[in-house]
Ligand binder design. Structure first.
Ligand code: MLT
Length: 412
């Protein structure tokens, strides 16, 4: 007889974005004449930048020859890409990251989810609330939580750190000792950021408590303000306590191509029950060699092209395009009396739903009355209730149209 991993049964019925997808599909089927504008899931819409397209075509031609054929690549990624990452994302910013500390992968979602493999089930986990659901759900699956409590909307044995307008979306340090801390900045879903001083507190906390920070910097390329850290390693001491996740999805439009990387500095160590220190880099390397066969050569050549001069310019243009949308959403809604957050260093605008409505009620009104799809804040955690997320990843005409529809409807 086979037994299932019963931790999966503790999870909510479906992943947030699947629930939304199903609701939208049903509405669309019942109302085929309606033009729905989707500003829900954070999926990009701009085409692959020419630098990456050209690099992919070149790589396809190369592997189609006897001399250029590539089979399995290194599980950690090809050195040409790891070198480009170490130089452009770290060295040029004054951060020393060795190539051996970089692991190329097929996505930050996979990395954030898979990383739990190398941690003991006994670790106490802290997440911000609201939060990108992957951090929580993967820990539920791994058995690091208790049951779901319907009343509070939280899982037992998880430390939730509220991030709301009341605390300026800055999580407070946990009152109890935690072992694994998930931080995502610029934040998904709130679109808000932490300054260096704020982040320093977390690094100090992790050092004092021998905890590990799992830092998701997938939206780093959207930072427009000065003095906002682009990497947690800008903070002194972070190389001893933090793992950083980065993605090519949101900057270069790789949501469909799939390429990302995780940095695990050699100084980041966990403990065994018998008191030994173990390098997490070594464990992750072992995990990847066993469970992963690397990202395709063609994809990695495309990712490398992001770091060429024309690649960098094209990425900047793409980001500029999306940030115009963020401005349209933010300014348009604010003019209409909505209170908004984020959208300045992030492609996400987080807004307060009208008084007396829940996040899901607002979702339904937007879908049914103005045919705009967003993401209800409560889907990201109980402290997301009363908020709503719109993404700037649509095309500019649709974004303008969506904002106009929302504003016109709520003016009534
Ligand atoms: C989101 O909408 O939050 C993103 O699409 C999540 C992701 O990148 O997986």
């Amino acid at each position: 007889m086979s037994f299932v991993n019963e931790n999966f049964l503790k999870l909510q019925d479906s992943y947030l974005f699947s629930t939304i997808g199903k609701k939208v599909a049903k509405f669309s089927e019942e109302n085929p004449d309606k033009k729905i504008i989707k500003l829900g899931i954070g999926d990009v819409t701009r085409p692959i930048i020419p630098a990456c397209k050209d690099a992919m075509i070149k790589a396809v031609n190369e592997v189609s020859t006897e001399a250029g054929f590539r089979g399995y690549g290194p599980e950690q990624g090809y050195d040409f890409l790891r070198d480009a990452i170490a130089k452009n994302d770290y060295k040029d910013r004054g951060i020393d990251i060795d190539v051996s500390e970089i692991f190329v992968s097929d996505g930050a979602k996979c990395d954030c989810g898979n990383i739990v493999d190398i941690f003991s089930v006994d670790n106490k986990v802290a997440i911000t609330d609201p939060v990108y659901p992957v951090y929580l759900d993967t820990n539920v699956m791994a058995g690091r939580t208790g049951d779901f409590d319907e009343n509070s909307g939280t899982f037992k044995n998880i430390v939730y750190l509220p991030v709301t307008a009341e605390n300026d979306f800055k999580p407070e340090l946990p009152k109890e000792k935690v072992d694994m801390i998930y931080l995502c900045f610029p934040n998904n879903p709130t679109g808000t950021v932490l300054g260096k001083e704020d982040l320093k507190k977390w690094v100090e906390y992790a050092k004092e408590n021998d905890s590990i920070i799992l830092y998701d910097a997938a939206y780093e390329a959207y930072i427009t303000e000065k003095n906002i850290p682009h990497s947690i390693y800008e903070i002194e001491g972070a190389k001893d306590v933090a793992i950083e996740f980065k993605s090519f999805s949101k900057n270069a439009g790789f949501t469909g191509i799939r390429c990302a990387y995780v940095v695990i500095p050699n100084g980041v160590k966990g403990n065994t029950k018998s008191g030994e220190k173990v390098a997490l880099n070594k464990l992750w390397n072992r995990r990847q060699c066993t469970k992963f066969n690397g990202v395709s050569y063609i994809t990695q050549r495309a990712a490398e092209a992001i770091y060429t001069e024309e690649g960098k310019k094209q990425v900047r243009d793409n980001i500029g395009y999306y940030m115009v949308n963020a401005k349209i959403i933010k300014e348009g809604l604010e003019k209409a009396g909505f209170v908004t957050y984020g959208g300045v260093n992030s492609p996400y605008v987080w807004l307060k739903v009208p008084e007396g409505m829940t996040s899901w009620e607002f979702f339904d009104v937007l879908l049914e009355k103005v045919n705009v799809v967003g993401t209800p804040g409560s889907g990201f955690g109980p402290h997301g209730e009363g908020y709503f997320r719109l993404t700037a990843f649509g095309n500019v005409e649709n974004t303008r149209e969506a904002v106009k529809r929302i504003v016109d409807y709520f003016k009534k």
